[in-house]
Write a protein of this length. Structure first.
Length: 255
């Protein structure tokens, strides 16, 4: 009842905040290209932020955003109109914040380290998990198969962080491929799978089999089953049936 009797809440526009602004500017250019900067500003003139802050402030912010996106080589100007680059298109398709792109590039230029990549991923603007948790440490334990009940985070928080991290690592892998960091792309592909399932590297071949996840892959590995071939050859073993549990028939059908 108190909530119903309270006055109207203040409406706040976040479209002019950097995290939202650059994403909207880049996506507007991609969807409408070739497009002039005036046309981009025209799009923002229909937003609440424009009516709240005024034309001069918003137009200045859009100009700065267009300049920044060009500096990052996500857009380019040709004969007075704006277009997106191949990388700019890909950033839009991956739906990641353009401001995350420079951080990913810096990490790609450094020697590969799982711990360093976990720190990088958790520092990106797109990583919107609870800020009071030391996520690089938690996720490092996750991919080294620490049991969930020993990670000291809620299941919902962990699931969100794992989902975000998996997507951001995959996005980094795509960027690495486009920038010809082939070795890094392969390493990031492996890290993405490890993050998705919470496994060590040796379990990746098993987790590529449908219905095989973290617990089943470890149980199979511990009895000498390391990949789809060895699983198929030993599928009738009682120990394999026990390791697969209630998913045995489904897994067997996939082989």
């Amino acid at each position: 009842m108190n909530y119903l009797l309270q006055g109207n809440e203040q409406i706040i526009s976040r479209i002019t905040e950097p995290e939202a602004l650059h994403t909207h500017v880049l996506s507007t250019v991609k969807l409408e290209q070739p497009i002039t900067s005036d046309k981009v500003k025209e799009f923002f003139s229909t937003t609440y932020g424009y009516s709240h802050l005024g034309a001069a402030i918003v137009n200045n912010l859009v100009d700065k955003s267009l300049n920044l996106l060009t500096e990052m080589q996500l857009t380019y100007h040709n004969n007075g109109v704006c277009n997106t680059t191949l990388m700019g298109n890909k950033i839009c398709e991956l739906y990641i914040d353009p401001l995350s792109y420079p951080k990913i590039l810096v990490a790609l230029g450094e020697p590969f380290s799982v711990n360093h990549w976990l720190e990088t991923i958790c520092s990106l603007y797109d990583f919107e998990a609870r800020s009071n948790i030391e996520w690089p440490v938690v996720l490092g334990r996750w991919i080294n198969e620490t049991p969930k009940d020993r990670l000291i985070v809620g299941g919902g928080d962990l699931n969100l962080a794992v989902e975000l991290s998996t997507w951001l690592i995959y996005s980094s892998q795509v960027i690495a491929s486009l920038r010809n960091f082939r070795d890094k792309a392969n390493q990031l592909e492996e890290l993405s799978i490890r993050m998705k399932y919470g496994i060590r590297s040796e379990l990746i071949p098993l987790c590529k089999i449908k219905w095989v996840g973290r617990e089943i892959s470890r149980a199979l590995f511990n009895i000498g089953i390391t990949d789809a071939k060895s699983l198929k050859e030993n599928i009738s073993r009682s120990s394999v049936k026990h390791a697969c549990g209630r998913f045995y028939n489904r897994i067997a059908d996939e082989l």
